[in-house]
Design a protein around this ligand. Structure first.
Ligand code: F6R
Length: 618
């Protein structure tokens, strides 16, 4: 099928821009162009704005352009999509506050020209306020450019499943999926408001131009649904298909399930490369339900893969190449390094055992010298009730052992007092933050001891960028890089294990990787031999077998030991404060994910392993 057919499958115009910051810059530039054009024409400019994690980079770039390039927002009016209800504008979680912190207070927008739905009004005044919001948009001349994110439910604004195409600004109930997504910011789903005020679908569609932004793999399924699926009131974003000037901007991860990206041979002539061939053969094998070595010429020709067959003499050759390529990636203990120096960088205390517990055990048995470096303290993910339990132990010990009571009491009384008066989401006192850090450090030591390592094999880097006490982190700075660099220079490792996630919900894994990449560049000048970097995926996903460089099999006993090590992270057990959409505990996800990787190889007709970890060598 020619490329036109790929586009025909896509019912919205899609632009894929990598990496995410280039995407943010492209959007910011489009907005800035409009703002400037309108200023030159002497006409007003009305922007529709969104909140959430996706547009943060866009606002940062607009602020930079304002400061460095003289971009002015005088004469611009803004209308935001939504606000939680009830919500005081100064509240930590208010979209009012979000907009002030990310844009309004940092540029020369006239505060009287910025509008958000009023979250602080009593219920009986809401209907009139919603009508007034619509009226204000009309009086401003309508929205010129509307920025949108997309929720996992396909919501635009807070138009959850069931919203009609005619809906206008109104109060809505938030979907469970949306509330769970917001749970991390609110320190628990129970604190997320149940209602919100949102522009309606019709309000959004009345904008003259619409830009929808999506970044991260967690958006890939809903992006495909919105772009390739039928218009359906269960997915509000599909209504955008009725608008003439919508552009969907995705990064590579968010576009990964679009047909033209996931299975390009279905919609286009493809330039075959080895990795693409392997992907196609694995796809075909799973699609027809036959092992790779049993795929026939007919399987290829009937499934749009005739061109792949044409590159090789027959199906047997294509099958054999793919089978060998996968088989060659399997590395048991005998093929893993021996007596090397290894640093395992773990963004939070527990990523090491969750994602790399199996290989760490094997590397330990192979006589490698391993250091596990925990990059952040992970203290925001410890529940207050755990802190109470530990100070109770401390107090009991103090009584029994006649410890310096005055010191112990001073500490525990002040911690109890703080926790007693704490509001959900409030930043912890330094004492509580410290105790939470210490709880996680002790768990981490216990975790690696389960794998056979010693407490002295751990390092707690406590990188400064993380020490905000909030979900929102600072950017990675020279102080972070210097700490990582010092460790690299002290250890001079041969091999690194690094978290290489694309879509960690809080961005911490990505920031940790940035710090490592910058430190490597500093510690190893061009030409110097760098350690080999093995990327593991965080708790949320595994590398697809077609992308993995190495597949490391785990025996039943090894998986059991790995799970025991995960159990040591008790503060994250039973119910983790930041579980994402997946309700399973980390150990359950790990068990399923490692067994699924092995089962997949089995289905493809390779050997039957019990479980498997996957790594990509950078
Ligand atoms: C925010 C809004 C929502 C978000 C969506 C995606 O004003 O209306 O539709 O755009 O929930 O949120 P993030 O960007 O946090 O994934």
């Amino acid at each position: 099928m020619p490329m036109d057919d790929a586009r025909r499958l896509e019912r919205l115009h899609v632009e894929i821009i990598e990496p995410p910051d280039a995407l943010a810059r492209a959007i910011a530039h489009r907005i800035a162009d409009l703002v400037r054009r309108r200023a030159t024409e002497g006409r007003p400019c009305v922007l529709g704005l969104a909140t959430g994690s996706t547009p943060v980079g866009v606002y940062a770039e607009l602020v930079r352009m304002h400061r460095e390039e003289g971009l002015t927002f005088r004469g611009v009016q803004t209308f935001n999509l939504d606000e939680y209800w009830p919500m005081q504008p100064d509240s930590f979680h208010a979209y009012h506050r979000f907009m002030r912190e990310h844009l309004f207070d940092l540029v020369d927008l006239d505060p009287a020209q910025t509008h958000l739905p009023p979250g602080a009004l009593p219920r009986e005044q809401l209907a009139a306020a919603c009508e007034a919001y619509e009226q204000a948009i009309r009086e401003a001349g309508g929205i010129d450019l509307q920025l949108l994110g997309i929720g996992k439910t396909g919501h635009i604004g807070f138009n959850e499943p069931g919203s009609s195409a005619e809906s206008r600004t109104r109060v809505v109930m938030l979907d469970t999926v949306t509330r769970r997504d917001a749970a991390a910011d609110f320190f628990g789903e129970q604190n997320v408001p149940r209602e919100a005020i949102t522009m309606g679908v019709a309000t959004i569609l009345a904008a003259r131009e619409i830009l929808l932004l999506a970044t991260g793999e967690h958006k890939s399924a809903i992006v495909r649904r919105a772009v390739e699926g039928e218009v359906d009131h269960e997915v509000a974003a599909t209504f955008l298909q009725r608008h003439p000037t919508v552009t969907v901007y995705c990064d590579g991860a968010a576009s990964s399930e679009l047909t033209r990206v996931a299975t390009p041979w279905l919609v286009d002539e493809v330039q075959w490369t080895e990795p693409l061939e392997l992907r196609a053969v694995v796809w075909l094998s799973l699609r027809v339900g036959r092992a790779i070595l049993k795929l026939t010429e007919r399987d290829y020709t009937e499934n749009h893969l005739g061109s792949l067959l044409a590159r090789h003499s027959d199906a047997g050759v294509v099958n054999g190449l793919a089978f060998n390529a996968l088989g060659g990636r399997i590395r048991g203990r005998s093929k893993l390094p021996r007596e090397h120096k290894v640093i395992c960088f773990s963004p939070h205390p527990d990523d090491d055992v969750i994602s790399a517990g199996g290989i760490l055990r094997k590397l330990h048995l192979n006589g490698n010298r391993i250091v596990v470096a925990y990059m952040t303290s992970g203290n925001i993910a410890v529940f207050d009730h755990d802190v109470r339990r530990y100070i109770d132990i401390l107090e009991r010990l103090a009584v029994d052992e006649h410890l310096a009571r005055r010191r112990v009491d001073a500490l525990t009384v002040s911690i109890r007092k703080f926790l007693g008066a704490k509001h959900p989401g409030e930043v912890d006192s330094p004492e509580v933050q410290d105790l939470k850090r210490i709880i996680r450090e002790a768990e981490a030591v216990s975790g690696v001891e389960t794998l056979g390592l010693r407490p002295e094999d751990t390092r707690f880097l406590d990188l400064p960028f993380y020490r905000t006490g909030r979900v929102k982190k600072d950017p990675v700075g020279p102080a972070d890089v210097a700490i990582v660099r010092e460790l690299l220079e002290a250890e001079r490792p041969d091999m690194l294990l690094v978290a290489g996630d694309l879509s960690d919900p809080h961005g911490t894994h990505r920031l940790c990787k940035d710090a490592i990449d910058l430190a490597l560049a500093e510690a190893y000048p061009a030409g110097a031999t760098r350690p080999e970097v093995w990327l593991y995926r965080g708790a949320w996903q595994e590398w697809p077998v077609t992308e993995a460089t190495w597949l490391v099999p785990l025996a039943q006993e090894e998986l059991r030991l790995k799970i025991q090590a995960i159990f040591k992270h008790q503060s994250q057990k039973d119910s983790a404060p930041f579980p994402g959409q997946d309700e399973r505990e980390f150990w359950q996800r790990v068990e399923a994910r490692n067994k699924e990787t092995a089962a997949l190889l089995d289905r493809l007709g390779l050997a039957e392993y019990f479980a498997m970890e996957a790594y990509v060598v950078a």
